[in-house]
Design a protein around this ligand. Structure first.
Ligand SMILES: Cc1cc2nc3c(=O)[nH]c(=O)nc-3n(C[C@H](O)[C@H](O)[C@H](O)COP(=O)(O)OP(=O)(O)OC[C@H]3O[C@@H](n4cnc5c(N)ncnc54)[C@H](O)[C@@H]3O)c2cc1C
Length: 388
């Protein structure tokens, strides 16, 4: 039977980041991907903060547009514009991004095997199906198999508590639009939010996420933008981390572990970082000859120290957001329109680590009129913790 130090399940951005790091550290590394090509089907809006894009270590080739802020629209009259005046986020083609990250892993020495769906994990080997059906042994398994979580199911591990459905379309518009700003519509998707992202001056990416009524909400939202739909996307975002992201010789990374940011659904920044932490933990455990759960726990310690608190707070905020009415959202948006608040957001807004900004905002007198709503969202708790 073939055997590798490290087998990575899934050639998404997180699997490729993990494989690149594992191979660079000298581990014999195999990536198993169920599809016949990497990067397809795309299940992403491709909106990455500049920090998230930098984590991917790719060229500018996947970049389709650069944005400098966001417009938030309540649909009840309230509207807000944050304009940083410089690039804050990039719109990428995920197909190109995933492929470039996989190439980097292959250059580092990782082997890729496509059309190789992992069906089962038995002790220290994976069983693949499809045309390449076989069994492959591993020292450590990195589960980067995204929302479906076949590896977690096979090992009987508890998974993320929440799974949001996302639907999106690229629309070719009859007229040019401003390409500088992303638009967010919280009331168009009461359990999350809807977005309109400019891919170019004539193409916008419109979509939303939620748990219930998603198709109907999406059709209503899509009808606001007359034009031709040129690409459809649907996918799942697991929210809330797995209770334990390691065990049984396996490390769970990215969406497979529920590491997407619950307030935005963005999973690239946290996921890619988790992939590298997993590869480094795998290398250390193999070097020490200790593959026990106690040794693998070092992986979870690392990602938690990095952004565990952000994810935990974000998850509570996401659940509480569902209890806020459309009228309250409108009041929040109007209150956030004060010049001082906008300045604070432009100065210290961080798409990947929002808790520091929230803490600063709650202390601003201009927002005290909406403090009861912020408290219901649990934001007061963030302030309390930061000042303790
Ligand atoms: C509608 C939508 C919009 C989004 N927008 C954004 C955004 O704008 N910005 C952002 O940062 N994030 C966004 N996300 C989230 C982002 O797409 C994910 O967080 C990210 O793709 C996670 O990467 P990953 O490598 O963990 O998983 P994935 O990208 O899902 O990759 C998993 C890979 O594993 C393969 N696989 C699965 N099961 C098996 C198996 N059994 N055997 C072999 N291979 C397998 C899959 O084919 C896939 O290639 C969005 C998600 C959705 C659904």
């Amino acid at each position: 039977m073939e055997r590798y130090d490290c087998v990575v399940v899934g050639a998404g951005p997180v699997g490729s980041a993990a494989a690149e790091r594992a191979a660079s550290l000298g581990l014999s590394t195999l990536v198993l991907e169920e599809h016949a090509s990497i990067g397809h089907p795309v299940q992403c809006a491709g909106l990455l903060s500049t920090a998230a894009f930098a984590e991917c270590l790719v060229s500018d080739r996947p970049v389709r547009n650069r944005v400098q802020g966001a417009r938030i629209v309540s649909d009840l009259g309230g509207e807000l514009l944050f304009d940083a005046g410089c690039t804050k986020a990039l719109i990428v083609d995920r197909g190109d991004l995933d492929l470039e990250m996989a190439r980097a892993a292959a250059y580092a020495g990782a082997e890729f095997r496509l059309k190789s769906p992992v069906r089962q994990v038995v002790d220290d080997r994976v069983v693949t199906g499809g045309p390449n059906a076989t069994e492959i042994g591993f020292g450590i398994l990195i589960a980067a198999d995204g929302p479906k979580g076949t590896v977690a199911r096979s090992l009987g591990m508890d998974r993320s508590p929440t799974h949001l459905a996302g639907v999106q379309a690229d629309v070719l518009l009859p007229e040019a639009v401003d390409t500088r700003f992303v638009e967010l519509y919280p009331n168009a998707a009461p359990e999350f939010f809807a977005w309109r992202i400019p891919v170019s001056d004539r193409v916008v990416r419109v979509g939303l996420c939620g748990e219930t009524g998603v198709r109907e909400q999406f059709q209503a939202f899509l009808s606001r933008w007359p034009g031709s739909v040129i690409h459809h996307v649907s996918g799942t975002i697991p929210l809330g981390t797995m209770p334990r992201t390691y065990g049984k010789r396996t490390l769970f990374v990215g969406d497979a572990a529920g590491l997407a940011k619950p307030t935005s659904g963005g999973g690239i920044y946290t996921g890619v970082r988790s992939g590298r932490y997993a590869a480094e933990t795998a290398a250390a455990c193999l070097e020490a000859g200790d593959l026990s759960d106690e040794a693998l726990a070092a992986y979870e310690v690392r990602w938690k120290a990095d952004y565990g608190r952000e994810l935990a707070l974000g998850y509570r905020l996401q659940l509480a957001r569902r209890r806020v009415t459309p009228e309250e959202i409108d009041r929040l948006i109007r209150a956030f329109g004060s010049p001082k608040v906008i300045q604070a957001i432009v100065e210290s807004g961080d798409m990947d680590r929002p808790s520091a900004l929230l803490s600063r905002l709650c202390r601003m007198p201009s927002l005290w009129s909406v403090l009861p709503i912020l408290m219901r969202l649990g934001i007061a708790e963030i302030v309390g913790r930061d000042s303790s």
